[in-house]
Structure formats: structure tokens, C-alpha cells
Design a protein around this ligand. Structure first.
Ligand SMILES: [Zn+2]
Length: 378
């Protein structure tokens, strides 16, 4: 059986780690194209100035427009060429990071997440949008980032909702990797460079990825609540460090090399409900994880453990928690149909999938979550 595992070349996290950014730039050359939102640059200006002077590097500010579109990627690649940049830095949230991945095309890339809201930073893929902000396509690169660098002090000072949302994204990782493993489905780590369509190189997940995914879940249960408190206090504790590592590294390696299944497909389906648009990726993934557990009729103790975790850290457990106060069966069926299109990861579940079964799971998960919260309040 062919198996594959992919990861960044180097991962480093620590308090005030940004002071070392110049060192990593220097491993590629003397200058870097900095792709970041101006607001994010402002937050860390002092550290950037310090590391620039200390390591004698030039950072080319890119005037990043905020959207990861083909046009913006082309503009930034030309800018990098004009200044003969030795490497690319993607600093900030999802869009700056994805744009940097597209600009670098798998070469000499430093990723610096300033929030721990998703597990995307470590991966070798990105999502392209149109300049108007509509989904365009997925892009896959030949390598993961060269360096993923996390300044835990910066993460601790970001709004707590981002960190909790990241826990929601990390929550699904084990259950999706477990389903993928049980069904012997392919994982993204096996793809060579290029787009998803028509490429050879199918590969299954490794035991390594499954163990990382399981440890990701165990870390959430152990340290999630205290990490949230730590973030509320804008301070770095071992619990927060463990959750940052779980949200970004463990979940990132776990999803990419362990595989996605029902939870992320249901998440994608849920985006067709307008009410969910104000909620973050990880918040929707948390509820979708509960729906996956209902769909696969998971052990009730396990389901209760997940519900208790979500309520303890403030993650959604029912549709109302993600902005959907009332919904018809037809609307839920539309969500389920979207989750069940042939290219969706839901077909990595270890049994045949129908839209009706997925709709039922979403509706029952909503009721179970509601009931759990009510019983807790009594
Ligand atoms: Zn995700």
C-alpha cells in the first residue's frame, strides 16, 4: 500500500519568536517579500525593525490588497522579481498566508501566523478567490512551507475567539483521520504538485499522522480550557503553548497527512446558509464534528466528551450557535447535498453516504447539542 506524509521543513514557536525572523530570512539570502495586512504589520512593527537591523536584511513591503486572487498573486510575483527577493514571508491570518504560498510556489517560504484560528499554516495547499471574494480554486504546491514560525506572545494578545475557533478546527482532525484510515481513503499528502484533477500518486495515511491526530484531540481535552483563560489574560502559559501547537502543528499535520472526512464536507455545505457567514471556519467545523459523530453513530461516551469540551471552551454545539435560528428540512437537505458532491471528503467515511442520511445527522446533532446545553443549565 502506498502511504505518504508531508510537513514543513521547520516549525518553531516561542515567546517573542519574531525577533528571529531575520535569521530565517538570512538562510535564503538578504531580502524577503513581506505579504501581510498593514494592520498586522503595525502590531509587530517594533519586532520587525529590530530583526531587520540585527540580521541586516531588507523586507520589501508588498501593499497586500487583502484577497488571495490570481491577479494579486501575479502582481506580487512580479514585485518579488523586480526586487530579486530571496524568499517570501506570509504574515497574518489565512489570506496573507495563502497568498504567500501561491507567490512562493513551494520554494523558500516563511509562514508567520499571527492568530491560531486554523490549521492551514503548515499545509502545502491554498484557496484562491476572485478579486470579488468568491471561491475560485484550490492550489497545491510541491512542498510545504520551509519555515512555520509562531510568536506565542503575538498569539496570546490576539482576540481569544480566534484561538477557540482554532480549537474547533483541531477538534475534527482526529475523527476525520480515523474515518479516512478505516476506509483506506487517500490523503492529500500523496499528491504531487499541480491541481487535484488528473494527477497520479494516490496515497493512504501513515500511522504517524493518525497518532498525531489522536494526540491533537487529547491535547484539546487536557489544555483547552486553561489555554482559553490564558488567552483571555493575554499571557503565555504551558497550556496555551500546547494549544497553539495542537491548533497549528498537530492539526495541520493530522488533516493533511491523515485525511478529511465528513466534518469538513458538512462545514462546506453549511456555508450555503447565510446565517453562518458571520462565524469562523473552526466554529462551523466544531458543530460539523458533532454531526459527523452522529452520522457514524459514534460511542455515546465519545459524543458526550466532545459536547462537554465544546461547551467548556465556548464552541458551537447546535445550529443556533452558528447563526441558524430556524431552518427547514429542505434547507438542511440542500446543505447535505452540497456536502455530498462527488469530490467532497465526506466519501472518505467508511460506509456509503447519502444526502438524506447526512441531513438526518445534522438535524439530530442540532437537537442533541441543544438538549446538552439545556441539561447543563438546569
Ligand atoms: Zn479546517
Amino acid at each position: 500500500m502506498r502511504k505518504a506524509f508531508i510537513s514543513p521543513t521547520k516549525y518553531v514557536q516561542g515567546e517573542d519568536e519574531l525577533f528571529n525572523l531575520g535569521y530565517f530570512v538570512k538562510t535564503f539570502g538578504d531580502s524577503a517579500l513581506l505579504i501581510a495586512h498593514p494592520e498586522d504589520v503595525k502590531r509587530i512593527k517594533d519586532k520587525l525593525e529590530w530583526t531587520k537591523n540585527k540580521f541586516n536584511i531588507t523586507l520589501i513591503e508588498s501593499g497586500f490588497q487583502g484577497e488571495c486572487s490570481r491577479e494579486e498573486v501575479k502582481r506580487l510575483q512580479e514585485l518579488a522579481g523586480q526586487h530579486s527577493c530571496s524568499c517570501t514571508i506570509g504574515l497574518g491570518g489565512g489570506k496573507a498566508i495563502d497568498t504567500a504560498k501561491c507567490v512562493a510556489e513551494g520554494e523558500a517560504l516563511i509562514i508567520v501566523p499571527t492568530i491560531a484560528a486554523t490549521d492551514a499554516p503548515t499545509s502545502h495547499s491554498a484557496v484562491l478567490y476572485t478579486p470579488e471574494g468568491e471561491f475560485d480554486d484550490y492550489a497545491y504546491f510541491k512542498q510545504s512551507p520551509s519555515v512555520v514560525m509562531i510568536d506565542t506572545t503575538v498569539i496570546a494578545n490576539a482576540p481569544t475567539r480566534f484561538l477557540v475557533s482554532g480549537m474547533g478546527d483541531a477538534l475534527s482532525t482526529y475523527f476525520e483521520a480515523r474515518a479516512t484510515s478505516r476506509s483506506y481513503s487517500n490523503v492529500n499528502a500523496g499528491l504531487p504538485c499541480g491541481v487535484r484533477e488528473g494527477v497520479c500518486g494516490d496515497a493512504k495515511g501513515t500511522n504517524t499522522a493518525l497518532v498525531l491526530a489522536k494526540f491533537c484531540y487529547e491535547t484539546l481535552l487536557r489544555d483547552g480550557v486553561n489555554a482559553k483563560i490564558s488567552s483571555d489574560c493575554n499571557t503565555v502559559t504551558p497550556a496555551l503553548e500546547n494549544i497553539i501547537e495542537a491548533n497549528i502543528l498537530l492539526s495541520g499535520l493530522g488533516f493533511e497527512s491523515g485525511g478529511l472526512a465528513a466534518a469538513h464536507a458538512i462545514h462546506n455545505g453549511l456555508t450555503s446558509l447565510a446565517g453562518t457567514h458571520h462565524y469562523y471556519h473552526g466554529e462551523k467545523v466544531a458543530f460539523s464534528t458533532i454531526a459527523q459523530l452522529v452520522l457514524e453513530n459514534a460511542d455515546p461516551d465519545e459524543l458526550n466528551e466532545v459536547l462537554a469540551f465544546c461547551v467548556a471552551v465556548g464552541l458551537p454545539v447546535c445550529l443556533a450557535d452558528i447563526g441558524v435560528d430556524s431552518v427547514s428540512y429542505e434547507e438542511v437537505l440542500t446543505v447535505a447535498q452540497k456536502a455530498c458532491i462527488p469530490e467532497e471528503s465526506i466519501h472518505s467515511m467508511p460506509f456509503p453516504i447519502t444526502a438524506e442520511a447526512v441531513a438526518a445527522a445534522i438535524m439530530v446533532a442540532d437537537q442533541i447539542g441543544n438538549k446538552y446545553k439545556m441539561n447543563k443549565d438546569e
